[in-house]
Structure formats: C-alpha cells, structure tokens
Design a protein around this ligand. Structure first.
Ligand code: NDP
Length: 244
C-alpha cells in the first residue's frame, strides 16, 4: 500500500513540530518547512528519522509563492501526491495597531494569511486530480472574536477562518475537506517570547481549563480531524479549553 503524505509548514518547533511527530508515529511520509530556523528543522528531522519515518525538510518562506511552489513541486516529483496539507506557519506581534508600521502589518498578513492562500493555490490542483486530500489550517480564536493589541494578527486569522469556509464549499464536490483549528493559548515559544511568568499565570486563570494546551494536544486534535470523513468540512473548530 502506498504511504500517505503530509506537508506541515512552520514545523521547526512548537505546534508544527508536534503535528509532524504525531503523523510520523502513524507512518506518514513527512515534509516540514521553516523560514530560517535551519537548526530546529534538522533536529525535528532527526527525531522523525529515529521513528523510522521519512522526512524531507525545506527552508522556505511560506509567505512566498515562489518558495512554496518550489517545495510542493519537489514533493510531487518524489511522492506523486500530497494527502494532507497543514498550514501552520505563522508569526504574532503584540502591541497597539498604530505602533505597527505598514511593513510590520503587511508582514503579518503575508505570513499568517497569504501563506495559506499560496499553499492551497499550489497544492489543490494535485488534490483535485486525485479527488482526495485534506487541508487543515492552524488558526486562532482571535480570528473569531478579535484581540486588543493583536489587531493585524486577528485580521489575518479571521481571513484564514473565512477562507477555510469558502474553499471548503469549492472543494466539497471533489471530496476534499478544508477545516481550521482555531487555537486558544498553546505553550510555545510564540507565547514564551511575549509573556512574563506572571502574565502566563494570569492568562491561565482566565482559561476554564486552567492552563495553556501543549503542542502535543493540538497535534492529537489535528490527527483526529484528519481521520474524519471528508463530509466534515468548512468548520472552524475552537480548541481553547473553554476560553471563548
Ligand atoms: P512558534 O513561533 O513556536 O513556531 C512557528 C513556526 O513557524 C516556526 O517553525 C517558524 O520557523 C515558522 N515560521 C514563521 N514564519 C514563517 C514563514 N514565513 N515561513 C515558513 N515558516 C515560518 O509558533 P507556534 O507553534 O505557537 O504557532 C504555530 C501556529 O499556531 C501559528 O500559525 C500561530 O498563529 C498558531 N497559533 C498559536 C497559538 C499559540 O498560543 N501558540 C494560538 C493560536 C494559534 P522560523 O523561525 O524559521 O520562521
């Protein structure tokens, strides 16, 4: 039986890494990308190889159509198909919207939203030709309700949520599922870089589950989502410990 394949963008650490490891455990062929974190990417590759799974790594900017075209073209050459695309690469920035420069917020929109459009635009024709595929976008609850001091990020993730629903309608006739997991607060570098220990405690107390989720828990949710019938499509599922 041919092995199933998955491409996870932004998988040199955090949520992307956990997703890649989860699917490696299940025997998938894994492709992972990062923009600049070569060392992280190589470490994750070693972890995957030690699980007797295969792994290809790419340094590629998910916000660049040219970079992602090259990645996906190479994967198709080697594997012949992509079964699962997880659009996970993303950046965050905390601060008043008016303190961001146009370059800053353009960068957030490019990395967090355009990247998703680019990867889908490139991968979808290969999925449609086989009438199978599964796209999972890692989004945020801030894309549902908006967050103060994360206005550009909220706009990008809100765009990801609407795009997920719209693309799902286009692709349902081809049997391809498109869903988003809108995460609450996950314990990764993204938060550790921005929050002090006191802020982490304060935020944890606001979450009914009483804590941040681990990247491994997100990966389990993605694994479950990928296992559903393609009829489950167009959903933006909040994964937030009851936060919203
Ligand atoms: P991390 O900062 O831990 O990891 C981000 C990953 O994305 C890294 O591998 C990074 O590699 C990569 N990346 C960033 N920019 C690009 C780019 N332009 N092209 C390719 N890769 C890129 O973040 P998380 O694991 O926490 O976040 C993963 C996703 O989950 C993001 O989309 C984020 O918005 C979303 N999310 C996270 C939440 C959280 O609480 N942590 C909550 C809600 C959503 P490199 O350094 O090389 O760029």
């Amino acid at each position: 039986m041919e092995s199933l394949t998955i491409l996870v963008t932004g998988a040199s650490r955090g949520i992307g890494r956990a997703i890649a490891l989860r699917f490696a455990k299940e025997g998938y062929h894994i492709a992972i990308t990062a923009n600049s974190d070569k060392e992280g990417l190589e470490t994750v590759q070693q972890e995957i190889l030690s699980m007797q799974a295969t792994c290809q790594t790419f340094l590629a900017d998910a916000g660049s159509y040219t970079d992602m075209k090259s990645v996906i073209t190479q994967l198709i050459k080697v594997w012949g198909h992509i079964d699962i695309l997880v659009n996970n690469a993303g950046i965050a920035s905390l601060g008043l919207f008016t303190d961001l420069s146009p370059k800053d917020y353009s960068n957030i929109i490019t990395t967090d939203l355009l990247s998703v459009l680019h990867c889908c635009h490139i991968a979808v024709p290969f999925m449609v030709s086989r009438r199978r595929g599964n796209i999972i976008n890692i989004s945020s609850v801030w894309g549902l309700v908006g967050a103060s001091c994360e206005a550009a990020y909220s706009a990008a993730k809100g765009g990801v949520n609407s795009f997920t629903k719209a693309l799902a309608k286009e692709l349902a006739p081809s049997g391809i599922a498109v869903n988003a997991l809108a995460c609450g607060v996950i314990d990764t570098k993204m938060n550790r870089d921005h929050l002090s220990d006191d802020e982490i405690l304060e935020l944890s107390n606001e979450i009914p589950a009483g804590r941040f989720a681990s990247p491994a828990e997100v990966a389990d949710a993605v694994w479950q989502l990928a296992g559903n019938p393609a009829y489950l499509t167009g959903q933006v599922i909040a994964f937030d410990g009851g936060f919203l």
